[in-house]
Ligand binder design. Structure first.
Ligand SMILES: NC(=O)c1ccc[n+]([C@@H]2O[C@H](COP(=O)([O-])OP(=O)(O)OC[C@H]3O[C@@H](n4cnc5c(N)ncnc54)[C@H](OP(=O)(O)O)[C@@H]3O)[C@@H](O)[C@H]2O)c1
Length: 387
């Protein structure tokens, strides 16, 4: 039996993790659930999974949850940053699913690793911003298991291989909703941007997929996860999202990982690692699909170029990239800026940042805070607008 804390339980990954848990009650028991603002869904999850502890974003929501829970429910209700860290580190927990949004996942993920828990990591922003700290804290080879489908694919393809045999890893990208639709990107609405052609995901990662920032963040995530330099990571656009990634070995052989585009697969793989679970997904009939591949388009999707630049500079630059992106995407979703303002803002903030090499947690959050303020101020003063 694995004893789970699921951080981000009310989100897309969190809900799909709970679906896997429901299918295999003899293998997984939920002890902790961490939500953000969604009080009513967390209530439902408490009634279904009967966790020992839950955590909400703030005291007000925790109080609100207490009021709507039926009498007799013994679940302890925590709130805020310390609450998430509690859920990630309590002694009874053996596996933490890290699926909160953005940099909010960094502290609990790092705390879980330091407490020697196994972490199933969906929250790529934790590695993008605090990769150096997480890597330093890892004590076992199988302590950090990727949930991102591309990284799960590469993790599986590299299993039993020596790093020296690997020439490149190749991350596939669907290209998002605008790869094939040659529309004027400056006119894209939030509604259009979150309509991902293959995956059903949270709003932020859907916009990141549309700008291709998601792939850039994934390159940085892969650098930390697989300990590879930027020059050994390639990107390949593959609109059908059936090949989840590839590994090219030094003799020129390329191994590919294929499956249905369903996040329950990499989630279940990480939850039950090293054994595979029998998931009841429809078969992948390859004769029904035409697979196509394209090189990335850095001009039309400048976020990708910015992310690779941040990866190359390293140190604090990925923290700045991530913070500016989080603020810009939220502003875009809130209708304050246009789609093509997202890369403009990120580039402007990156340009004024002087990167720092040695990062501790305090410095990471200070830089994150600085970059957020700079991005906000550019938005408020209209400084992002090149027209
Ligand atoms: N969705 C996918 O298919 C997918 C695939 C690969 C990787 N990922 C990664 O997994 C992570 C989660 O993505 P998602 O699509 O599941 O996002 P999502 O649907 O937006 O869910 C995010 C979760 O985090 C919670 N949350 C948001 N802000 C928070 C904060 N400040 N403090 C604490 N909790 C907070 C949300 O709570 P409330 O909803 O209760 O407010 C929700 O439970 C992201 O890092 C994403 O890049 C997602």
């Amino acid at each position: 039996m694995k004893y789970l804390s699921i951080l981000g339980s009310t989100g897309s990954i969190g809900r799909q993790t709970l679906e896997v848990v429901s299918q295999f009650p003899e293998r997984f028991k939920v002890l902790g659930l961490g939500a953000g603002k969604n009080v009513s869904l967390l209530k439902e999850q408490i009634l279904t999974f009967k966790p020992k502890w839950v955590c909400m974003l703030d005291k007000e929501r925790a109080e609100g949850l207490k009021k709507i829970l039926p009498k007799g429910i013994k679940t302890e209700i925590l709130y805020g940053e310390e609450g998430y860290v509690e859920l990630a580190t309590r002694p009874e927990v053996s596996l933490v699913v890290s699926a909160m949004l953005g940099i909010s996942g960094l502290k609990p993920t790092l705390a879980a690793i330091k407490a020697e828990k196994t972490v199933a990591l969906a929250n790529k922003e934790a590695l993008v911003t605090g990769g150096n700290l997480i890597k330093k804290a890892i004590k076992r080879e199988d302590q950090l298991l990727p949930v991102d489908s591309e990284h799960s694919a590469i993790f599986q393809l590299l299993s039993g291989r020596r790093k020296e045999e690997v020439k490149h890893i190749i991350l596939t990208a669907s290209g998002g909703p605008f790869w094939e639709r040659k529309v004027d990107l400056s006119r894209i609405t939030p509604q259009e941007a979150i309509q991902h052609p293959r995956w059903s995901m949270g709003a932020k990662i859907s916009v990141d997929s549309a700008t291709l920032m998601n792939k850039g963040l994934e390159v940085i995530e892969a650098m930390w996860l697989f300990d590879l330099g930027l020059e050994r990571i390639k990107i390949l656009i593959h609109p059908q999202s059936l090949v989840h990634s590839l590994v090219e070995f030094k003799d020129g052989t390329i191994f590919a990982h294929l499956s249905q585009p369903d996040m329950k697969l990499p989630i279940a793989f990480a939850l039950n690692y090293p054994e595979r679970l029998e998931l009841s997904l429809p078969p992948l009939n390859l004769w029904e699909h035409n697979l196509s591949f394209f090189p990335p388009d850095f001009e039309r999707f400048p976020c990708l170029k910015l992310a690779l630049k941040a990866a190359k500079i390293g140190g604090s630059m990925p923290v700045v990239l991530n913070a500016a992106n989080e603020v810009a995407v939220e502003s875009f979703l809130g209708g304050k800026i246009g789609f093509t303002d997202i890369p403009r803002l990120i580039e402007a903030v990156m340009q004024i940042h002087k990167p720092i090499k040695d990062l501790d947690l305090e410095t990471i959050f200070a830089i994150d805070n600085w970059a957020r303020k700079e991005t906000m101020s550019l938005i408020e003063t209209g400084g992002n607008n090149n027209d």
